[in-house]
Design a protein around this ligand. Structure first.
Ligand code: DLL
Length: 433
């Protein structure tokens, strides 16, 4: 039984009507309160009355990251500051951060979405939940914290980092559930191994991971190394944070909290809406947020939507695991390559560790991809001939599956910097023009 079956199992037709009602309200709300939206809508002559079906959302303009930057910090805020009770921000790698203000009601809704996420992961009030997402401006820390509180678990707010201490507390407190990025979960697994602690023998039984792309192969690796079920959370700061979508016991796609978020898939090149089931860029609209609603926000995340009966009984639409971001896609000798595809292939190779880095350079006019991956200790110690053999094996596997030629460098174990938050897996050294 889901956390909130009224909404999670609502008949699709009813859900659809609810979405239209909320969408109209949101459009009217921002038109009244945010000059940015009012001017845009006036220009194209659209009002809330023009929204009759969910497909009418395609009449609205997209919102992009730069709109948030141009209106930094609170230009898109739809309530006076006295009604704002929290402000998160995403650090971003360049320029000003993206701000995320919340009213108290926005925070309650966010906790509700996170509680659904935890519940679907099998987390209950008896659990001891160690939250190794970074606390602070990042939405992972407090977002997970509130959701776990709502379920009633004992939350251990370790935040990320200080890995030895994480493991000590995990053991001493009898932690049963963990929240972290998938890459940090692996860092924890590795550190525990080097401390000669077998996490598989500890009470830890489930983790909720997200905030970065990770493949099914990586999920299996985490499940095996930590001896847990690895469940997922998806979300972004612009639309509240984690809890937008989550996987259930079927572990076959993530249910989107559709009474809170309306999802579309568009072609990232033409921006035309794509038919249900096709892969493209995920575009999200918030339906109930009040401090900073988002209309048709282009996430850059690549996935596809599936409306199907799920074994768990939820009627909420599913999205596939994110395969990458459109801005992370590499074009190597004319072939589109997502780092996640390479990750998946590397995890097929038993002689390597799941620690890798991709470097893209120009070689003459062509793009050249270098895959650096750590080898298992016994392979590295076996000498240069063995290493070359494994490098060729990986090269061949990538070439035969993806059709791209890459250079492979097998690294000494533990050489790459370990992640405590979002892993940086790609270094693009191509000149920017
Ligand atoms: O990463 C919110 C979050 C925190 C999600 C904790 C899940 C768990 P941002 O820092 O704004 O917010 O980054 C959002 O991270 O557009 C995706 O590219 C990526 N992302 C988030 N969750 C997943 C996931 C948080 N489950 C960006 N799979 C998004 C793949 C994810 N990518």
């Amino acid at each position: 039984m889901p956390w909130n079956d009224k909404f999670e199992c609502m008949p699709v037709e009813k859900l659809n009507k609810l979405q239209i009602k909320y969408l109209k309200e949101t459009v009217a709300w921002v038109c009244e309160r945010v000059p940015f939206y009012r001017q845009r809508f006036e220009k194209i002559g659209i009002t809330a009355a023009d929204i009759k079906h969910t497909e009418d959302i395609a009449k609205l303009p997209f919102t992009v990251k730069n709109d948030l930057r141009d209106n930094y910090p609170f230009g898109l805020c739809a309530v006076p500051m006295e009604e704002v009770c929290r402000i998160h921000a995403s650090s971003g790698t360049t320029g000003k951060p993206i701000t995320g203000p919340y009213t108290i009601e926005d925070l309650n809704q966010w906790s509700e979405c996170m509680a659904r996420n935890f519940w679907a992961a099998g987390i209950r009030k008896e659990d001891i939940f160690q939250n190794a997402y970074g606390y602070g401006l990042f939405t992972g820390g407090l977002g997970f914290h509130q959701g776990a509180n709502k379920i009633g678990c004992a939350v251990v707010p370790t935040s990320s980092g200080l890995t030895e201490r994480q493991i000590m507390l995990m053991k001493d407190f009898g932690t049963t559930a963990l929240g972290s990025t998938p890459s940090y979960a692996l860092t924890i697994a590795e550190q525990a191994e080097s401390m000669k602690i077998d996490v598989r023998k500890l009470p830890l039984r489930v983790g909720v991971f997200g905030a970065e792309p990770w493949t099914v192969a990586m999920r299996k690796e985490i499940e095996e190394r930590l001896g847990i079920k690895a469940m997922e959370a998806f979300g972004l700061t612009e639309l509240s944070g984690p809890g937008i979508a989550f996987d259930c016991e079927a572990q076959d796609g993530l249910h989107i909290n559709e009474d809170h978020f309306l999802a579309e898939i568009v072609d990232p090149a033409t921006l035309e809406p794509l038919p249900l089931g096709e892969q493209g860029e995920l575009v999200l609209t918030s339906l109930q947020r009040r401090a900073m609603p988002m209309l048709r926000y282009r996430t850059k995340d690549i996935t596809r939507l599936r409306r199907e009966k799920c074994a768990c009984g939820r009627t909420l639409i599913k999205m596939n695991k994110i395969s990458g971001r459109s801005d992370d896609m590499l074009i190597i000798s004319g072939v589109n390559v997502f780092p996640s595809q390479i990750e998946s292939l590397l995890l097929d190779i038993e002689e390597v560790e799941p620690q890798y880095m991709l470097i893209v350079r120009k070689k003459g006019y062509l793009d050249h991809l270098i895959v650096k991956v750590e080898s298992k200790k016994e392979i590295y110690d076996a000498g240069p001939q063995k290493r070359t053999e494994i490098e060729n094996k990986i090269k061949g596997h990538i070439k035969s599956t993806m059709g791209v030629g890459v250079e492979v460098n097998l690294l000494e174990p533990k050489l790459l910097t370990r992640s405590e938050g979002k892993a940086k897996r790609v270094i693009d050294e191509r000149p920017k023009n």
